[in-house]
Design a protein around this ligand. Structure first.
Ligand SMILES: [Zn+2]
Length: 409
């Protein structure tokens, strides 16, 4: 089953779904249990989850999934936490996900501090908000015994941030036991309720290393210098005429190399981030970048003395996120647009780099939504979340989830 059959089930409009008695009860639950939902969020965000260190939080979520009565609950080979909410049929199968990882390293203090309406903690909104939404959705669908036609696979993914490189969702959709059965994919990431991320921002990240024999700054002058080569490389890249539309960007984010002012270094490295809203532009930038690195190395080697070895360089792809989109007139996006408007909010289509990049690249309809509430200072130690009005985000989430799965009378 794929897009066409989802089209059929989502024909039941979000407005129709809202009139279902179980949905009305679920809406009331979101309104009257705001504190309970926030307490769940505090519980899960208090458990540390660093990049490549999500095990403890995954285990916590596994217990929650079991308590909620989900079946097939497991932590897969990659570290994702999975739980199935079985409807009348296993198809369509809808993934309802949020990411377990934060950007913060091991040893970070994940204690939550409450001041007035705000909760402060690293990762409290990104993606504590999404994880709390998963638990609240599973709770109401299960407790109200909503007669869903398809099934929901709830997933806390690993490796969404930075060098995690979408390893969790990649495993889930390409190698995991449910891989070939997923018909649509939802990611709840961060707060808010107007945003519908249907376009995937593609990126490539490289570590570049220039190496040579090194030597004395005076005695060996003329020997190819890795830092000089790196400088030539940065200069070439900085001259790239990046288009504004589709937005295309590049960044040398880190450079390193050398041992002292009077030594020709033997090694220099840099880390580079390339992005574009469109895949062909990303490929063009990527090709330019690769050629610039080679030309910089050749140019530096070209000045060497007879008998000196040429400079070596190495490119390592350390991150790759595909770009693409779930079309704005696709049934999934139309359902999300309608659900947002039903809650009195004007929706906004958006482009971002999220777990949805991966399903979109595989042709699986996917969007990323906010889980309600507000936040600020994301990816910093001052990150905060304000849960007021979260219920609207959860109501929208519920309409989209059951709209996809289909609801029997
Ligand atoms: Zn996130």
């Amino acid at each position: 089953m794929h897009a066409d059959q989802i089209r059929v089930s989502s024909r039941k409009s979000a407005a129709e779904l809202m009139s279902h008695v179980a949905v009305a009860r679920a809406f009331r639950y979101f309104e009257t249990n705001a504190d309970k939902i926030t307490a769940e969020q505090i519980g899960i965000c208090s458990v540390p989850a660093s990049p490549f260190g999500e095990e403890e939080r995954a285990e916590y979520l596994r217990q929650k999934f079991s308590e909620l009565g989900l079946t097939e609950v497991e932590i897969d080979e990659e570290g994702n936490c999975l739980g199935l909410l079985r409807g009348a049929s296993l198809a369509p199968l809808i993934v309802v996900s949020a990411h377990l990882d934060t950007v913060f390293p091991r040893g970070t203090n994940f204690t939550i501090v409450k001041r007035e309406h705000k909760l402060f903690a690293p990762g409290i909104a990104d993606d504590g908000c999404g994880l709390a939404a998963l638990l609240a959705l599973a709770h109401v669908i299960q407790n109200e015994q909503m007669p869903i036609a398809g099934s929901l696979l709830f997933v806390g993914t690993v490796g969404e941030e930075g060098e995690g490189n979408l390893r969790g969702v990649r495993h889930l959709l390409t190698k995991g036991r449910w891989a070939s059965r997923v018909d649509a994919f939802l990611s709840f990431d961060g707060p808010g309720l107007d945003r519908i991320t249907n376009r995937a921002l593609g990126s490539r990240r490289y570590r570049v290393e220039f190496t040579g024999p090194g030597g004395h700054s005076w005695g060996d002058f003329g020997m190819p210098n890795p830092v000089h080569a790196l400088g030539r490389a940065v200069s070439r890249l900085a001259g790239y005429p990046a288009p504004k539309d589709p937005r295309t960007t590049f960044n040398v984010g880190r450079i390193e190399g050398g041992t002292g002012v009077n030594s020709i270094p033997s090694r220099a490295t840099m880390e580079v981030d390339l992005r574009s809203a469109a895949e062909p532009e990303l490929q063009r930038l990527d090709a330019f970048f690769r050629r610039a690195m080679k030309d910089a190395a050749d140019e530096e080697s070209g000045t060497r003395r007879a008998g000196d070895p040429a400079l070596q360089f190495k490119l390592d792809l350390i991150g790759e996120r595909p770009s693409g989109e779930t079309p704005s007139d696709s049934p999934l996006v139309e359902l999300a647009l309608e659900a947002t408007r039903l809650l009195g909010v004007e929706p906004r289509l958006d482009q971002s780099s999220t777990d949805s990049n991966l399903p979109i690249s595989l042709g699986i309809p996917a969007i990323t939504l906010g889980g309600g509430g507000a936040s600020g200072c994301s990816h910093t130690l001052d990150e905060w979340y304000d849960p007021r009005d979260r219920d609207k985000g959860l109501k929208r989430a519920l309409l989209v989830v059951i709209g996809l799965a289909g609801l029997k009378k």
